[in-house]
Design a protein around this ligand. Structure first.
Ligand code: CP
Length: 345
């Protein structure tokens, strides 16, 4: 999305907050399917309540084990079937690029509600609205990301969005094992976006406008011992906010484990529970826009079919290789998988 498209969505969200009654029947007779192959509290329930508040209806499942995926049905077949029942699909899946794959076979729009450790774009919409509401701007911000920057899909998507705004820089605070994936740093470098890597959360806090805390994504580790080695490394406590700017905001996509002590919750700078509410509003705005755009073909993308396999074992093409065609996009002379952004070699 361009800044103009993001602004349009954010402005629509503002209007929904001001005039909720005007939207009560906006999606009457429309149906949303929430296809969640991974656990969720906020994303699924906020999508569902968003559609209900728009006057529409919701169907779906909350785990792969309660769907026919457990019998071996592919993503490709699932969305072709469900797309015949509903008007829009929100899908969460453990494979990277699953929503992009689904969108190629679905007769209705597919919204990515999280694809493995790759992206979580609708969380980013919630984050953008939160920052704009709380700080009044999306430019000229120093944003600190702390925790699991490797598997934290919300971090990847928020960085991807924030680089569209002027005067934004990043401070990256993580265990060495959990630094940003190559495709994110390559994007930052190609756009000359300023960022620095530091190892002390406490020392970083005074310069930040936004501190984005994240959970270590235990479910993405191959062995629990690897998780244990990094768990609990960074914990934000209220006392550490003494040196923070008065207007700084602490965001977290949630769920939290132990990375924010509960004594932070009562500090006015803690915005993470307000952020969950903004998430529902942004999902209302997104559903409206998606349904309004049905029939309008998206801008053609520079995607090229290829025989080259993606070697990323978490990529949807690796996990469902018979059903998803390999494709790449050329970025700065590099061929990247369109699903998971890994370099094809
Ligand atoms: N932020 C987020 O994605 O939360 P859930 O996993 O509960 O949906």
């Amino acid at each position: 999305m361009s800044v103009a498209e993001l602004d349009e969505l954010l402005d629509l969200a503002d209007d929904i907050i001001l005039h909720p009654e005007a939207y009560r029947e906006r999606c009457k007779y429309k149906k949303l399917a929430t296809l969640f192959f991974e656990p969720s509290t906020r994303t699924r329930l906020s999508f569902e309540t968003a559609m209900i508040d728009l006057g529409g209806s919701v169907v779906g499942f909350e785990s792969g084990s309660s769907s026919s995926a457990s019998k071996g049905e592919s993503i490709r077949d699932t969305v072709q079937v469900v797309g015949g029942y509903v008007d829009v699909i929100a899908m969460r899946h453990p494979f990277e690029g699953a929503a992009v794959a689904a969108s190629q076979f679905s007769p209705v729009p597919v919204i990515n509600a999280g694809d493995g450790g790759h992206c979580h774009p609708t969380q980013t919409l919630a984050d953008l609205l939160t920052i704009r509401k709380e700080l009044g701007r999306l430019n000229n911000l120093t944003i600190g990301f702390c925790g699991d920057l490797r598997y934290g899909r919300t971090v990847h998507s928020l960085i991807n969005a924030m680089v569209r705004y002027e005067g934004v820089s990043f401070v990256l605070i993580s265990p060495e094992e959990l630094t940003l994936p190559e495709y994110v740093t390559a994007m930052l470098d190609s756009k000359n976006i300023p960022y620095k890597v530091v190892d002390s959360l406490e020392d970083a806090i005074p310069e930040l406008d936004v501190l984005y805390m994240t959970r270590i994504q235990r479910e993405r580790f191959e062995y629990d011992s690897l998780y244990e080695a990094v768990a609990g490394r960074f914990i934000l406590r209220q006392a550490m906010l003494q040196k923070a700017k008065p207007e700084m905001r602490v965001l977290h996509p949630l769920p939290r484990v132990d990375e924010i002590a509960v004594d932070v919750d009562t500090d006015g700078r803690a915005a993470y529970f307000r952020q969950t509410w903004y998430g529902k509003i942004m999902r209302m705005a997104l559903i409206i826009k998606m349904l309004d755009s049905v029939g309008i073909l998206p801008e053609s993308k520079n995607w090229v079919r290829t025989d080259k396999e993606c070697k990323n074992t978490r990529c949807v093409t690796y996990r469902e290789s018979d059903n998803v065609p390999y494709s790449y996009k050329a970025e700065d002379g590099t061929e990247r998988c369109v699903y998971c952004d890994h370099v094809l070699d």
